[in-house]
Design a protein around this ligand. Sequence first.
Ligand SMILES: C[S@@+](CC[C@H](N)C(=O)[O-])C[C@H]1O[C@@H](n2cnc3c(N)ncnc32)[C@H](O)[C@@H]1O
Length: 225
Amino acid sequence: MELQRDEILDESPVVANNAMNRERELEGGNSYSRDLGLSVGELLAQRLERGHAVRWLDLCCGSGRALIQAAERFRNQELEILGVDLVDFFAPRPAGLLGLRFAVASLREWEPAESDFDLVTCVHGLHYVGDKLGLIARACSWLAEDGLLVANLDLAQVVLREGSAARRVSQVLRAQGLHYDRRKHLLRCEGRREIELPFTYLGADDQAGPNYTGQPAVASHYEIR
Ligand SMILES: C[S@@+](CC[C@H](N)C(=O)[O-])C[C@H]1O[C@@H](n2cnc3c(N)ncnc32)[C@H](O)[C@@H]1O
């Protein structure tokens, strides 16, 4: 099998797939809260109650609908929201949402200008990223000391040259202080972490077929260092 480099992956029909769901809302049946297993609105409200600015970074934000809804709900409060996506498919923004920004970039190389995020989310985005573990490690370092990262992750799509990846990778993540729920396919990191992963990224396979969501996704290949 020929593995792809990540810059090639950005052009892959699996990644630039028009059928993927980019329209999740903040709350409800087709939402961030449902798929992350926590109420994003409640979390933001609780943080805002502390009386200082709250910062939310959403990786692979799609249309940004959930972000626009949060910006509207907390209009005139100190909430800064930044959504990043490879594709400029952002929904029209109502006027006056000053704290809301979108960036078009590939997360294979993007870095935030400032970090210290209270919340970092990635809703069904890691499925299309080549170096998933590398992005996870970088994103954990962008958290505030008491920030929270939550992401959908399918460890069945992380492949180790040495075999039996899911168990080995989840053990390594746990040892670094992260929590992976295999049944819910959810990764959590509480508080900023500088993560050292003992894996070298080899490349991606965009022909790996559907993952647990039923959509074609990208498998990420590593070897143990
Ligand atoms: C299934 S959609 C989810 C969108 C949004 N989070 C939602 O739930 O509505 C996955 C998104 O990941 C984006 N994406 C894939 N690879 C990316 C990359 N390397 N950098 C940034 N965004 C990427 C796609 O463009 C797409 O919008």
